[in-house]
Design a protein around this ligand. Sequence first.
Ligand code: ADP
Ligand code: MG
Length: 247
Amino acid sequence: MSEVLLSAKNLTKRFGGLAAVNDVSVDLWRGRIHAVIGPNGAGKSTLTNLLSGDLPLTSGSVVLGGQDITGWSPEKISIQGLGRSYQKTNIFLPFSVWENVRLASQSREPHALNWLRRATSFIAINARAESAIELSGLKNRRDSIAGTISHGEQRQLEIAMTLATRPQVLLLDEPLAGMGAVEAERMIALLQSLKKDHGILLVEHDMDAVFTLADQLTVMVNGQVIASGTPAQIRADAGVQAAYLGE
Ligand code: ADP
Ligand code: MG
């Protein structure tokens, strides 16, 4: 029952003379994790920023949920069904887990004042936040201050904030960065549980995690795709071994 949720074609981003992303195409399917790997500076984060609308494209096109979203603002793209996390942790440290997730949920309302005017909207915001906390495994930290929970829990919180916007597609930029083995295992289990209902683009350096999680892989070097395929195909690719995995 797989379904293409996001289809990006021939994406290019130039910063002056540098093509940070050069003619890259990716599809994201519901029920699949598509990992993007490659050395530092390959263009992985830039690619996620192009898909989410955080950076304007130089050229190319993106279709999300059957809708051409090329050139749309990040806010509109979010409401159309794309959720993302960033390479650097991005939460409100003085606020509780619940407050962080509820604010994220509120941002999903298409009209900013809805929640003030309509009780149904307020109830929907809270319901989305509760279920996001539950899904992300943070129920026992619901009332903890975000600045006091562990690094691994903070990254779970970012996922919860993303889920509170009820996305179809998740873009996750290095969700395992800085984690110890136990935290990483918990995050891997969380991503596995989210796969069923979402299309996921995973940028990650932890190759054990990547090869555990990914259904498809794209390998980027210097802005370009040098290989793409199943984990078995990528492992067997001599060019990838030389450029990246063999390091
Ligand atoms: P990765 O995430 O794979 O490590 P990035 O997408 O962060 O790579 O960066 C790709 C290239 O684009 C790098 O050479 C980086 O220096 C450059 N770059 C990224 N963002 C900008 C920017 N806003 N302005 C200029 N150059 C940038
Ligand atoms: Mg990056």
